[in-house]
Write a protein that binds this ligand. Structure first.
Ligand code: MEV
Length: 313
């Protein structure tokens, strides 16, 4: 019986989360923590050997619905903590879309998997941007809505009134440390919180525009390998995200603990709980500082491959 193995990486956002939902620029890098699964046809839907309810797994339900309703069993294992802001749900959607498409004999183009996985995320959360699924499908680094060389252009994804142009970027040889608060936070409610703020207060739109501007400056800093400038922009972005209401005491504590040893630090992903990311050349000191404030630190490797699919007959 045909068995498909698929994996996809998590990611962190250097700059631009939340504002990207409104079509502003953002930059994300894939990391060396992945979601792994094997998928084969079966009489009923199973996860890790147990019969499972598709309704309780909306991402998977959407993907199966788009691919002839095939019935499968899935064995899965994730090295990306759930709700950590590191793209675990996008990585699950990308790996599952790739696996189901492989089983159904459909195209495995990264662009198509990124789009299908984004639609699955949207179906589940009712909101968001294609940043996480694009970073997970392509791996390495991506920028959204940033003009650059035509050769770097990967794909465009549109939804409602927004279109996101996704391009690949050179992944710089920089050291990033993640600090996980240990607090799980679902993306949907945080995106909704920002939307409500934006709809009720003109000031929130100014903040969103400023995050977009900072991200464009961050692209220049990345291109010129200017860690000092990039770090300052990250810290500034954290302050703007705090004003938008998506930081927390735990995230602020980890950012402040990292800053004496880092070029910059910020929450990454949706916020609420989840993780911070620090840009540093003293990773061990940042790790100690994060651990001393109750966070779970790890140094991430970037420049990793995106989705990976293999078939065993
Ligand atoms: C979550 O990793 C990033 C957000 O901007 C949501 C999204 O882009 O879908 C908060």
């Amino acid at each position: 019986m045909t068995e498909i193995s698929a994996s996809a990486p998590g990611k962190f956002v250097i700059l631009g989360e939340h504002a990207v939902v409104y079509g502003k620029p953002a930059i994300a890098l894939a990391i060396d923590r992945r979601f792994y699964m094997t998928v084969k046809r079966d009489d009923e839907f199973k996860i890790n050997g147990e019969a499972a309810d598709l309704k309780a797994n909306p991402h998977m339900r959407y993907i199966i619905g788009r691919n002839d309703m095939i019935s499968v069993s899935v064995q899965m294992d994730s090295k990306i903590p759930t709700g950590s802001g590191l793209g675990s749900s996008a990585a699950l959607s990308v790996a599952f879309s790739a696996a189901i498409r492989a089983l159904s004999g459909k195209s495995l183009k990264e662009a198509e998997v990124a789009e299908e996985a984004f639609e699955a995320e949207y179906f589940s959360q009712g909101r968001g941007s294609p940043m996480d699924t694009s970073a997970s499908a392509h791996g390495h680094g991506i920028a959204l809505n940033v003009s650059g060389k035509e050769d770097d252009r990967l794909w465009d994804i549109s939804k409602n009134e927004h279109t996101w142009n996704i391009s690949k970027i050179e992944v710089p040889a920089m050291t990033f440390v993640i600090g996980y608060t240990g607090i799980r936070a679902a993306t949907g409610p945080l995106v909704e919180k920002v939307r409500k703020y934006k709809d009720s207060n003109r000031f929130a739109l100014d903040i969103i525009n400023e995050i977009g501007q900072i991200t464009l400056e961050g692209m220049d800093a990345l291109r010129t390998n200017n860690v000092v400038e990039l770090g300052e922009l990250m810290t500034k972005d954290h302050k703007l995200l705090s004003i938008l209401g998506v930081s927390s005491n735990e995230l602020n504590k980890l950012v402040n603990a990292s800053l004496p040893y880092a070029y910059g630090a910020k929450l990454t992903g949706a916020g609420g709980g989840g993780s911070i990311v620090a840009l540093t050349d003293q990773p061990n000191k940042v790790c100690d500082a994060i651990a001393s404030r109750g966070g779970v630190p790890f140094i991430v490797k970037t420049g990793v491959e995106g989705m990976n699919v293999s078939k065993k007959e």
